[in-house]
Design a protein around this ligand. Structure first.
Ligand code: AHR
Length: 510
């Protein structure tokens, strides 16, 4: 069996892991909000019409924050449509997703739901068809104590105390041609500057995210010039640049969609490389502007949409992947498979290793990408639920630099890439080092040798997600087809092909 070697040193710290990196994103597309989150007719609905089965799964997931309401939707959304008596709210046509928006779930309901699932809110304002002034009214509604038109309106609507929402996104993907009110970088930088100024005039303590490049692939010609130009307009007024990225590993599965066919299933080790490069390039653009402006401030990254596009058609030469279940067209409810879960792991590992610059990240779209649900049925944990919830639970502390020697795979586009990827988090208080490790090889298992520079080291837990059938997935009918297993501790740590692993060590140091 091939070997990999991981060296960790307690003194080689990348930075503290910001728990907001384990956040999620929801948007009213299909059944996501109306049907699976808000559904007064559902057997599990609570007194506000929220599904308790879905809320329980959200609580267990450990998502730190939930970004809302979009996404493409927010660029044509009027937040005022979603407040006040539900039966008086206007029904609108949502031009982004070509659907009817009933506005039954507005800011007040979203804030209640987010509280119930134990997460923080992240709200996006409309800078597509909306204005900086409207964005400032929205903050007045959510964050002002009272005594003004909008803050008193919130009280009339039954919410006496302000919500104090601290994280705000200044629009969504404003560089995308599909966006209502798309803008050039200069136009967007200017409106972001003005919105930030007006929003901060209402609440100076908010944190603001400007739209960065919404993709880094070749179909996106404004990357990374967009990031430089935007920040030249609004550097001192914002705190983060947002990045978005959806990865596919099967050209067949994305035929006819907006996603470019960049990778195949043989290229899985490329995804962390591609994402790291994306983050580094945008940070370089931000740091260039920092230099240009002689600023003391550093703009960090809010990777507020990331996802994996599942495939049941992927094939690998010489491998018998027979367990396939084609999802209903247009609905991804049926599933996320083992490959998707391992890729989730690879992406989460990338964020931990980049924790000096990536402070927030939102998994998109958590229903159904992580929680499968049907409006007229139940809810279940997708395979991807496990790496996400385990990282959200255990990545508490500082990230240690992984000195890793891994076997490599020759890939298209990125040449030789290591197929073992690791991130390590040291929690000084509990004296535990947690290593997250993926094996992205389709064929080869690997023995991992670990050298941890601590005085005493003991591996006490090894949790693993792996299946002989990488296309296997969970469903309402078989919700535990793929679940993580506890591996017996022996003198060898084995990472099977296409596996996600959590290794926990008790350590002590002088
Ligand atoms: O998540 C679906 C869409 O993907 C979002 O609305 C948009 O921001 C991105 O292009």
């Amino acid at each position: 069996m091939n070997k990999a070697k991981l060296k960790l040193d307690k003194d080689f710290v990348i930075g503290k892991v910001d728990k907001r990196v384990f956040s999620t994103f929801i948007e009213p597309i299909g059944d996501i909000v109306y049907g699976n989150i808000y559904n007064p007719e559902h057997l599990c609905a609570d007194e506000q019409g929220f599904r308790k089965d879905v809320m329980e799964l959200m609580q267990g997931l450990g998502s730190t924050a939930v970004r809302y309401p979009g996404g493409n939707f927010v660029s044509g959304y009027n937040w005022r449509d979603g407040i006040g008596p539900v039966d008086k709210r206007p029904v609108r046509y949502d031009k982004a997703w070509k659907r009817i928006e009933t506005n039954q779930m507005g800011i007040d309901e979203y804030t209640d739901w987010v509280n119930k699932v134990g997460a923080e809110p992240i709200l996006a304002v409309n800078l597509g068809t909306g204005t900086p002034e409207e964005a400032s009214f929205e903050i007045e509604y959510t964050n002002m104590e009272g005594g003004t038109y909008f803050s008193d309106l919130r009280k009339v609507n039954g919410h006496d105390n302000p919500y104090n929402i601290k994280m705000w996104c200044l629009g969504n993907e404003m560089d995308g041609t599909w966006q209502m009110g798309e803008k050039t970088a200069k136009e967007y930088g200017r409106i972001a500057y003005e919105a930030a100024k007006q929003m901060r005039a209402v609440d100076p303590d908010i944190e603001l995210v400007a739209c960065g490049s919404c993709a880094n692939d070749k179909s996106h010609p404004s990357y990374p010039e967009w990031d430089r130009v935007v920040l030249e307009e609004c550097y001192e007024n914002v705190d983060y640049l947002s990045l978005h990225r959806y990865y596919s590993y099967d050209p067949e599965a994305i035929k006819g969609t907006m996603f470019p066919a960049q990778f195949t299933v043989e290229d899985l080790p490329c995804i962390a490389k591609d994402m790291s490069q994306f983050i580094d390039t945008v940070c370089a653009a931000a740091d260039y502007v920092k230099g240009l402006k002689y600023s003391d401030k550093t703009i960090n990254i809010c990777f507020d949409e990331w996802g994996v596009i599942s495939s049941q058609t992927a094939k690998a030469e010489g491998l018998d992947w027979t367990e396939r279940k084609l999802p209903e067209m247009g609905k991804r409810i049926e599933g996320m498979n083992v490959i998707d879960a391992v890729l989730f792991g690879s992406i989460l590992i990338t964020f931990i290793n980049k924790c000096d610059r990536v402070k927030i990240a939102c998994q998109s779209i958590v229903i159904p990408s992580v929680i499968g649900a049907k409006p007229d049925g139940g809810a279940f944990k997708q395979t991807t639920y496990y790496p996400f919830s385990q990282v959200a639970q255990y990545a508490e502390g500082v990230a240690l630099r992984s000195g890793l020697q891994s076997p490599t795979k020759l890939t298209d586009g990125y040449g030789e890439q290591p197929y073992i990827q690791t991130a390590a988090v040291y929690n000084e208080e509990s004296g535990i080092v947690t290593v997250f490790a993926t094996n992205l090889s389709l064929r080869d298992g690997v023995v991992l040798e670990e050298v941890l520079q601590f005085d005493h080291v003991e591996l006490f837990e090894h949790i693993q997600l792996h299946d002989e059938q990488p296309l296997a997935m969970n469903s309402l009918e078989n919700s535990e087809r793929v679940v993580p297993k506890i591996i017996e501790i022996t003198d060898k740590v084995v990472l099977p092909p296409l596996s996600w692993n959590v290794l926990r060590y008790k350590v002590s140091k002088n």
